[in-house]
Design a protein around this ligand. Structure first.
Ligand code: HEM
Length: 397
C-alpha cells in the first residue's frame, strides 16, 4: 500500500463513449489517440498551440516590467501584470508571441519546476529565455472543467471518480492519490471502479495534459472536478483544498477493494462496516448517499441498471423524496443482480436500506423535507471524504 503518509461519434455523451468502452485488458487501445472526444481547453489543445518562447535581454537602467505570482507550492509563475519596460517592448515587437496576464512561465533559462530558482534567475540573469504556457491559472482550470462538464454531461462520473479515489481509505491507509490512472493492477483493475479508468479519466485527459503537474496534481484535479460538477449540476458550493500527492505506480495504491468500497446489493450493517472505519456517522452515510440523486448505473460497469432520479444531471434532494414517496418493486436485471424499480428509475439495496433502517430513515426524512439541510450535511461529510488521510491541505492552488 505504501501511502500511509498520504498524503467521430455523433452522440458525444459519456454514456455513448461507454458503449464503445474497451475492456480493462485492452485499454489504452491506442495510446496516441484520445478515446473520447472532448472540448478544447483554453489556450489550445496541443502543446504547440499553447506553448511559446520569449527572449528578454536586460539593458542597464531599464526595468523588466513583468510581475509574476510566486507561491512556493507551485511549479509555475503566473503572469500578473505587464507594466512597460522590456516585457512590453517584447510584446510590441512580437505580436505572435505576446505575453498576457494569465499565461504562466513554466521554464526560465532551462530551469523548470523550482519556482524559487526560476524567480531568482528572472532577477539576476542578464538574458531570460522563457517558456510560457497560455491561459494557465486556477481560473482557466475551473472554466475548462465547467465547459467539459456542461458539454459532455459528465458531472456524475466526476463525482464518482473523486469518491472512489478517496473512498478506499480504511482509517489507516488508502488516501486519495490518483492510483486509478495507473494501468496494470491495483485500483485501476478493481471491479468496483469499472468505468472510471475507461471513461472518467479519458474525459479529463485534455485538461490533465495541460494542467498536471504544472499547476495541480491528478488527485487534486479529480477532487476539484467533482466540486465543479456538483455546482454545475445545481448543488452546493464546495470548497476544494489542495496538496494531495499522486502515486507513481499502481503498486503504491490499495491492492484490494474488499472492506473499503461498498457493494450495492448489501444491507445497513455492510454500509456501517464500510463507512465507520473512515470516520463517518449514520448521518454522514445518509447525506453522502444523497449523491445518487445524480448519475446512473450502467449494466456493463456495475451490473446494475438505470438512473436513480428522472433528471440525472440535477443535484437536489429528489433522491430522498423518491426513496420515501415512490413505490419500489424488486427486480432482477440482466447480470442477475437484484435492485428496485419504479418506472424508469431504480434504487440499489443499499439505497433502500436508508429508509428501512430506523436510524438512517430519520435523516432520509429530514433531507426529503429540507434540501438546505441535505446540502449542508452533504458538504460537510463530502469535504472530509475528499480529504481522508491527507493531513494538512492548503486553501489555494
Ligand atoms: C453508500 C454506498 C454506495 C454504493 C453501494 C454505491 C454504489 C454505486 C453503484 C453500483 C453505482 C453505479 C456505477 C455504474 O454502473 O456506473 C454508483 C454510481 C454512482 N455513485 Fe455510488 N455508491 C455508494 C455511495 C456513493 C457515495 C458516497 C457517492 C458520493 C458521495 C456516490 C456517488 C455516485 C455517483 C455520482 C454515481 C453515478 C456515476 C455515473 O453516473 O456514472 N456513491 N454507485
Amino acid at each position: 500500500m505504501g501511502n500511509t503518509q498520504c498524503c467521430k461519434s455523433v452522440d458525444t455523451s459519456p454514456d455513448a463513449a461507454a458503449e464503445a468502452m474497451p475492456t480493462l485488458e485492452s485499454w489504452p487501445a491506442n495510446p496516441g489517440k484520445p478515446l473520447i472526444e472532448v472540448p478544447a481547453v483554453s489556450g489550445g489543445n496541443s502543446p504547440q498551440e499553447r506553448m511559446y518562447k520569449v527572449s528578454l535581454v536586460k539593458t542597464e537602467g531599464q526595468k523588466l516590467g513583468l510581475d509574476v505570482d510566486y507561491m512556493a507550492e507551485r511549479s509555475v509563475l503566473p503572469i500578473l501584470v505587464i507594466s512597460g519596460g522590456i516585457a512590453e517592448q517584447w510584446n510590441r515587437s512580437h505580436p505572435e508571441r505576446k505575453m498576457n496576464t494569465g499565461d504562466s512561465i513554466v521554464e526560465v533559462n532551462g530551469i523548470r519546476g523550482n519556482v524559487a530558482l526560476m524567480l531568482e534567475k528572472c532577477k539576476v540573469d542578464a538574458t531570460l529565455e522563457l517558456t510560457i504556457c497560455k491561459c494557465l491559472t486556477y481560473g482557466h482550470l475551473v472554466a475548462d472543467l465547467e465547459k467539459l462538464i456542461s458539454i459532455k454531461g459528465c458531472g456524475p462520473i466526476m463525482v464518482r471518480l473523486s469518491w472512489h479515489d478517496a473512498g478506499v481509505f480504511n482509517g489507516v491507509d488508502g488516501c486519495p492519490n490518483a492510483a486509478m490512472r495507473l494501468a496494470g493492477g491495483g485500483e485501476y483493475a478493481f471491479g468496483a471502479n469499472a468505468g472510471l479508468p475507461q471513461v472518467a479519466i479519458p474525459l479529463l485527459q485534455a485538461i490533465s495534459d495541460k494542467y498536471v503537474p504544472r499547476l495541480i496534481s491528478h488527485s487534486d484535479l479529480w477532487a476539484l472536478a467533482a466540486n465543479v460538477a456538483i455546482k454545475v449540476m445545481g448543488g452546493p458550493d464546495i470548497v476544494t483544498h489542495f496538496g494531495r500527492f499522486d502515486v507513481q505506480a499502481h503498486s503504491e495504491g490499495v491492492q484490494s477493494a474488499a472492506g473499503r468500497l461498498p457493494d450495492g446489493d448489501k444491507d445497513a450493517k455492510h454500509l456501517r462496516e464500510i463507512f465507520y472505519p473512515k470516520g463517518f456517522t449514520d448521518k454522514d452515510i445518509v447525506a453522502l448517499s444523497g449523491a445518487h440523486t445524480v448519475g446512473a448505473c450502467h449494466g456493463e460497469r456495475s451490473g446494475f441498471e438505470g438512473p436513480w432520479t428522472d433528471d440525472k444531471l440535477k443535484f437536489d434532494n429528489t433522491y430522498f423524496k423518491d426513496l420515501l414517496n415512490k413505490k419500489w418493486t424488486m427486480e432482477t436485471v440482466k447480470s442477475g443482480n437484484k435492485q428496485y424499480r419504479s418506472g424508469k428509475t431504480m434504487m440499489l439495496t443499499t439505497d433502500m436500506c436508508l429508509i428501512e433502517d430506523p436510524k438512517f430513515k430519520e435523516y432520509a426524512v429530514q433531507y426529503a423535507n429540507d434540501q438546505n439541510a441535505f446540502f449542508e450535511d452533504f458538504k460537510e461529510a463530502w469535504v472530509r471524504l475528499q480529504e481522508l488521510g491527507c493531513g494538512q491541505l492548503r486553501d489555494i492552488l
